[in-house]
Design a protein around this ligand. Structure first.
Ligand code: PEP
Ligand code: MN
Length: 336
C-alpha cells in the first residue's frame, strides 16, 4: 500500500502517522520528493482501513498494491482449487452441471426432474427448500420437508444435492446436504458466513445483486478464514438499468475471478436472465468464458411452477442445452 502525503505535511504529522502505522505492525518506507512525501507500507495491510487513512488531514491519496483477500487470492495459491462434492470434482479441469427446480415442491416433482436432468448430463441436483422470496405471501419453500425430499432424490439417483441456507441455526438440518448454497441476498450475511467457515462442507457462494467482485471475494474470505477452504463462487447476474432481463449476466466475472482467485467459478444463467429462452445462449457463453460449472433451473411443468417458472427450462430444453454446452467444451479443449 502506498500513501501520498500532502505537499504541506509537517515533520510532526509524518512522524505521528509513521508511528501509528508501525503500531499496526507495518514497516514504513519513506521517500521524499521535491514536493510530495510518499509512504510505502510493507506488511499485512489487510487490516488497514484505506478510507480512514485517506481521510487524515496530511494524506492526499492511498493506493492498495495488493488485494485485501489472502486465502482466496491466486497470488498465494497459484493452483486451481478442486472441490470434492461427494466424490465429484469441480474446479481446475473439472466441470459440472448443476440442475433442478427453483423450489422443491413434492416428491414426484423432485424425482421426475432429478431423473431427467441426470439422464442428460447433470451431475448435481439443486432445489430450494428455504426460499428467500421477495414477497412474504409467495411460496416460502417446504423447509425441512424439502430437504428430506432432496435426500430421497439423492438416494434414488445417486446425485449429490445443493440447497440454500438462510439461517445459521438451520445448520443441523443441512448435515446430509452435500453443498450449502448462500444466496445472493445473504452474500454479506457475515454471521452466516462465519458459521459456514466452521462447517466442513463445500459452500456455493452467490454474488449479491449489487456487489462487486472484490466484495464477493471478501465474503469467500470470511468462509475461508474460518478454515473452510471449499468455496465455489457463483455469478448469477447483477442489477443494472436494463429491464428486459431479470438481471444482467456479468460474464466478464468469469475470466476476472479466474485471474484473481483459485476458487471454482460457476455461472447461473437462470437467475441472471429470468427468461427460459435466454438461458441456453447464456449457458453456452459462460462455458466458453471458462466457467467450471453451470447452475440451471429445470422444471417438469414450468407453467405451474411455484417459483421462477418463467426462467425454468423443461427437461427437453435442458437436454438440448446440455448437449450444446458439451460441444462448446469440446471445442475449447480441442476435441470438438
Ligand atoms: C436460487 O438459486 O434459488 C436463488 C434464490 O438464487 P439467488 O440467490 O441467486 O437469487
Ligand atoms: Mn429460482
Amino acid at each position: 500500500m502506498v500513501a501520498v502525503l500532502k505537499a504541506d505535511a509537517t515533520r510532526e504529522q509524518i512522524d505521528s502517522l509513521t508511528a501509528w502505522l508501525e503500531g499496526r505492525g507495518l514497516s514504513v518506507h519513506l521517500s521524499k520528493g521535491a514536493t510530495h512525501t510518499i509512504l510505502g507500507l510493507i506488511g499485512d495491510t489487510s487490516q488497514i482501513d484505506t478510507e480512514l487513512l485517506e481521510g487524515l488531514e496530511m494524506v492526499e491519496s492511498v493506493k492498495r498494491i495488493s488485494e485485501p483477500f489472502k486465502n482466496a487470492n491466486r497470488k498465494f495459491h497459484p493452483e486451481d482449487t478442486v472441490v470434492d462434492i461427494g466424490g465429484l470434482k469441480i474446479g481446475g479441469p473439472h466441470f459440472q452441471l448443476i440442475a433442478g427446480p427453483c423450489s422443491v415442491e413434492s416428491q414426484e416433482q423432485i424425482l421426475a426432474v432429478a431423473k431427467s436432468v441426470r439422464a442428460s448430463g447433470a451431475s448435481i441436483l439443486r432445489g430450494g427448500a428455504f426460499k428467500p422470496r421477495t414477497s412474504p405471501y409467495d411460496f416460502q419453500g417446504l423447509r425441512a420437508d424439502g430437504i428430506e425430499l432432496l435426500l430421497e432424490a439423492k438416494k434414488q439417483t445417486g446425485m449429490p444435492i445443493i440447497t440454500e441456507i438462510m439461517n445459521a441455526n438451520h445448520l443441523p438440518m443441512f448435515e446430509r446436504v452435500d453443498v450449502i448454497q448462500v444466496g445472493a441476498r445473504n452474500m454479506q450475511n457475515i454471521e452466516l458466513l462465519k458459521e459456514l467457515g466452521m462447517a466442513r462442507k463445500p459452500v456455493l457462494l452467490k454474488r449479491g445483486l449489487a456487489n462487486t467482485l472484490q466484495e464477493l471475494l471478501m465474503s469467500a474470505e470470511y468462509i475461508m478464514a474460518g478454515g473452510n477452504r471449499d468455496v465455489i463462487l457463483c455469478e448469477r447476474g447483477i442489477r443494472t438499468f436494463e429491464t428486459y432481463s431479470r438481471n444482467t449476466l456479468d460474464l466478464s466475472a468469469v475470466p476476472i475471478l479466474r485471474e484473481l482467485t483459485h476458487l471454482p467459478v460457476v455461472v447461473d444463467p437462470s437467475h441472471a436472465s429470468g427468461l427460459a429462452r435466454l438461458v441456453p445462449p447464456m449457458a453456452m457463453a459462460a462455458a466458453a468464458a471458462g466457467a467450471h460449472g453451470l447452475m440451471i433451473e429445470v422444471h417438469n411443468d414450468p407453467v405451474n411452477a411455484l417459483c421462477d417458472g418463467a426462467q425454468s427450462l423443461t427437461p427437453e430444453q435442458f437436454a438440448d442445452m446440455a448437449e450444446k454446452v458439451r460441444r462448446i467444451r469440446g471445442v475449447m479443449s480441442g476435441d470438438g
